[in-house]
Design a binder for this molecule. Structure first.
Ligand SMILES: [Zn+2]
Length: 415
């Protein structure tokens, strides 16, 4: 296969510099200067990152087909590429949840049958009475109610199951089911799921991390007051990382109106302006590790009926340009939270390596143009759900190109 040489301003965790990336047989063969005549050149308005990864999405396809109206692996992959995302990790809360070797293999075969370019890593679910798979996979534990039976009613029930998962990689949805029950009659969605639910669940997740030697990821972290506990746990030597979503750093409760309320509903819910600022700072200062979207492709009709979650794959790259241009994030920090850290997370379970501009890594690249704005329009979205919380908003930059294992699959030549 012909070598591809991409030239531009290369952005990785260890610096930003003009250079070239040579990709052969789908992998990065060399990074440097003067590697040869470039096949693709990007100008000073662009940054070339290692392919970005979104390690928390809900594609919804499963063997029952019950959620296929929301999104399939094919439409999720199309939305991901549109947003500059080359690999995703898909959550297990399907009607037919992957919870053991057999059900996990069924979902893997469905992904393979979809024949998409985007690399999928699959989480296995942890629910009452489940046991670890026979090989290493990432696990997701829902503490509070979710789809199907993948949730626990008490801390005791969660711990009784988790004891079998000693030493594994577990991602926690931190909302305490007992406290959720206590607030169930409060007037708004946000008041029914207050910060104390997440704070309590965080303490439990960290205690279980220590007791069972888990490698823990806290999903869609949203409460500023919980960040100190994460920092303290790391200082004690616990292996704990945290995701932050676009919605928790872009929206807050002060922006909820009667008109937009259904669209602004998710779990955990939007928090206060102070929480929003704290989470943005956590992403910037390293307390939080991943920009992960919790992409939830519910249809407009489902949202009107009270479904929780927002779709974010289509707008991932444009959103990142907002962090870079309007919120003071350095390219190195973006390389960490969008490429290197998500790559490190999935690489533990894969044979290919994602996330760095280094020889041996997958030859997948995300090129952002920081000067060409993106006006988010419904008709341009690729997600099957067909709407975005950012419709009408203009991000300061755009996705210039996406390379998948050396093949340019998105973007115009010479963008
Ligand atoms: Zn989720």
């Amino acid at each position: 296969m012909r070598a591809v040489i991409v030239e531009g301003i290369l952005a990785d965790v260890d610096g930003v510099r003009p250079g070239q990336v040579r990709i052969e047989d789908g992998r990065i063969a060399a990074v440097g200067a003067g590697l040869g005549t470039p096949t693709d050149v990007f100008g000073d308005d662009c940054l070339v990152f290692a392919g970005m990864g979104d390690i928390h999405i809900h594609a919804r396809e499963d063997v029952t087909g019950r959620d296929a109206h929301k999104e399939t692996f094919a439409t999720a992959a199309a939305a991901a590429l549109h947003g500059g995302v080359v690999h995703v990790a898909d959550m297990p809360n399907n009607p037919a949840a992957p919870v053991d070797d057999a059900t996990y293999a069924v979902k893997e075969r469905l992904v393979a049958a979809a024949g998409v370019d985007v690399a999928f890593t699959l989480y296995a679910g942890i629910g009452p009475g489940t046991r670890p798979l026979s090989r290493e996979v990432p696990y997701k534990a829902y503490m509070g109610p979710s789809v199907g039976d993948l949730f626990f009613r008490s801390a005791e029930e969660l711990e009784a199951t988790l004891a079998a998962y000693r030493g594994r990689s577990v991602s926690f949805h931190c909302e305490d089911p007992v406290l959720l029950e206590k607030h169930r009659d409060a007037p708004t969605h946000e008041e029914r799921r207050p910060a104390e639910c997440e704070l309590n669940a965080t303490d439990l997740a960290l205690r279980l991390t220590e007791k069972y030697d888990l490698t823990t990821k806290l999903c869609h972290y949203s409460v500023g007051a919980g960040l100190a506990a994460i920092r303290a746990a790391r200082a004690r030597g616990l292996r704990v990382t945290a995701e932050v979503t676009p919605h928790h750093v872009f929206f807050d409760t002060a922006q909820i109106t009667d008109a937009n309320r259904p669209w602004m509903q998710m779990n955990p819910p939007l928090r206060s302006p102070a929480d929003r600022a704290a989470l943005l700072e956590a992403l910037r200062d390293g307390t939080a590790d991943y920009l992960a979207t919790d992409h939830a492709p519910h249809t407009a009709a489902e949202k009107q009926r009270g479904a929780s979650g927002q779709p974010h794959l289509d707008t991932y790259g444009p959103f990142v340009t907002w962090l870079l241009r309007d919120r003071g994030f350095t390219p190195e920090r973006v390389a960490a939270i969008c490429s290197a850290n998500p790559g490190e997370f999935v690489n533990a379970f894969r044979t290919d390596r994602h996330g760095r501009l280094l020889p041996g890594y997958v030859g997948s690249l995300t090129v952002l143009n920081l000067r060409r704005p993106t006006a988010v329009r419904r008709e341009e979205l690729r997600s099957k759900c067909g709407w975005s919380p950012f419709e009408g908003f203009t991000f300061p930059g755009s996705v210039a190109a996406v390379f998948m294992r050396g093949r340019r699959v998105f973007g115009e030549p010479g963008a």
